[in-house]
Design a protein around this ligand. Structure first.
Ligand SMILES: Nc1ncnc2c1ncn2[C@@H]1O[C@H](COP(=O)(O)OP(=O)(O)OP(=O)(O)O)[C@@H](O)[C@H]1O
Ligand SMILES: [Mg+2]
Length: 494
């Protein structure tokens, strides 16, 4: 990678790192801690204002932990259906089971490779002329006679009957499967032929026995599959989303009419994050639910129960469903006090808290990082062209202005990058509309006009925010105190 800005013509020359954690700009401490947390399976709390990479770090961290090796299922409990059991299978067990099942699927054969009378009975062969066709075609495409399911040369009088009475086809309907026998050595064994799309499936005695065995197994439902993303996001989640639920069944799980309780069990985010990362954005929004997270973190398992007392699911409970996750939380600085202190103590005790940076010093190296950020945003967006060096310098200048305005520091570059990304995209749109090959400095300058926040626009137009509000207030609004639902008095707006 070319390390200084002077060496690049456009952002196309910048190599974007393959590792998503290396795409996070200016948060070295947080990134390093995230690597550590992933490696050692520690919890992590990321603290900082919006748009500086908290979600990005959490997501990238998940790509650094190993793929889950367990599958969680709920199994029907015949003696007490409302207490389904949990079953945890290792990767090896899941694979072995799949293999067994595959074996049970029998052998797929071409219609021409099974005895002709079987092919006729299943509707793949015309009993009159011997032409093969799909069983979905009721009439033979060659001789235009109905496929009767009886072999022309073996059925008695079949030519007469077949020619004169097409209705015979109705009397000997085609079947989905045919059971027959075959001689193996001096023994006779059962063979079943089944329709399987274009092919015919043959199940020999051993396969049939295996199939029966599997069917005899207690019914089960896969709750958390082996193949899953090891990153689960739960933003302001509801209790059921977070902890799981048992769905309602109007027939109350009646043996024939209803759905069995085990089938109605739904995992929560904490269970889906088993062996992965549970990311909770805006942690304080969880309120009292933080308590459950704490319990789940401590026990590494959490029961699933019906959470709606009105529902038939309320009487169902699955105990000890595994939920061994890495917890990653994010919050703003001012929200820190609203996080449950035992939860924080848990994180500190078995993980890290990191305060993210809001700006970085204006150095050549960091300017290059900002250029990498621009290249990333452009590539990710996919709809805008690359930027010239002049455009990059323009964005860097703006990053400097923003660091001064928002953090009051000189010679620094802002790391509030979501908003800066917005600027790049707006400039990109302008470049697209003006059919430019690249985003140029001019586009950035223009976009800066467009990208002004509502407050900035009001300031420009009215001189101050207050002036803007009071001038545009209708008289009726002025007299209606409820208009200011979140204020106790009108002072400051008059
Ligand atoms: N440090 C960074 N490095 C690279 N890109 C960043 C960085 N911070 C933010 N971005 C860009 O801004 C976008 C938003 O960042 P992200 O969602 O991680 O912010 P956040 O801190 O989680 O904000 P919020 O508190 O609003 O959830 C990212 O998808 C990325 O494009
Ligand atoms: Mg976020």
């Amino acid at each position: 990678m070319k390390k200084i800005l002077a060496n690049i013509e456009t952002t196309r020359d910048i190599e974007i790192p393959a590792d998503p954690l290396s795409r996070v700009i200016g948060q070295e401490r947080a990134v390093e801690t995230a690597r550590l947390a992933a490696y050692q399976r520690r919890h992590l709390l990321l603290i900082g204002p919006p748009g500086i990479g908290k979600s990005m770090i959490a997501q990238a961290l998940a790509l650094h932990i190993s793929q889950p090796t367990e599958e969680i299922r709920v199994v029907h409990n015949p003696s007490n259906p409302e207490r389904p059991a949990v079953e945890v299978l290792t990767k090896e067990a899941v694979y072995a089971e799949r293999e067994r099942k595959q074996f049970v699927e029998g052998e797929l054969l071409d219609a021409k490779d099974v005895p002709p009378h079987i092919a006729e009975r299943l509707g793949y062969r015309c009993g009159q002329c011997g032409m093969y066709s799909s069983y979905t075609e009721k009439v033979c495409p060659r001789c235009q006679k109905p496929k009767t399911g009886v072999r022309g040369d073996s059925a008695p009088f079949s030519d007469i009957v077949g020619n004169l009475f097409f209705t015979l086809g109705d009397m000997l309907p085609q079947k989905n499967s045919v059971t027959t026998t075959r001689a193996v050595g001096d023994k006779e064994e059962v063979v079943v032929y089944e329709r399987a799309g274009d092919k015919i499936r043959m199940l020999d005695q051993r396969t049939l026995e295996r199939r029966k065995e599997i069917e005899k197994q207690r019914p089960r439902k896969v709750l958390v599959p082996l193949e899953r993303k090891p990153f689960v996001l739960a933003t302001g989640a509801s209790e059921t989303e977070l902890l799981g639920d048992v769905r309602h069944d109007p027939y109350g799980g009646h043996r024939e009419l209803g759905t069995q309780p085990y089938e109605r069990v739904i995992p929560g985010a904490i269970h889906e994050a088993h062996q992965g990362v549970l990311f909770i954005d805006e942690l304080p929004h969880l309120g009292h639910l933080q308590r459950y997270i704490l319990t789940a973190m401590q026990e590494k398992k959490f029961p699933i129960t019906g959470r709606n007392p009105q529902s038939a699911g309320a009487s169902v409970r699955v105990d000890a469903v595994p939920c061994d996750f890495i917890f990653v939380g994010a919050c703003n600085i001012q929200d820190l006090p609203t996080i449950l202190s035992p939860l924080r103590s848990r994180i500190i005790g078995s993980g890290y808290e990191v305060l993210l940076e809001t700006y970085m010093p204006d150095t050549d190296e960091n300017r290059m990082k900002l250029a990498q950020f621009i290249a990333q945003e452009i590539t990710m967006d996919g709809r805008i062209p690359h930027a010239t060096r002049a455009a990059v310098l323009e964005v860097i200048a703006e990053a400097g202005r923003r660091a001064k305005k928002m953090d009051g520091v000189e010679n620094a570059l802002t790391l509030r990058l979501r908003e800066l990304g917005g600027l790049v995209r707006a400039a990109g749109d302008l470049a697209v509309i003006s059919r430019s090959e690249y985003i140029d400095a001019e586009h950035i300058k223009k976009a800066l006009e467009h990208a002004k926040t509502a407050e900035e626009q009001i300031m420009e137009k009215y001189g101050s925010l207050q002036a803007g509000v009071s001038r545009e207030l209708a008289d009726s609004q002025k007299s209606n105190k409820y208009f200011y639902w979140n204020r106790t008095e009108l002072d400051g707006y008059q």
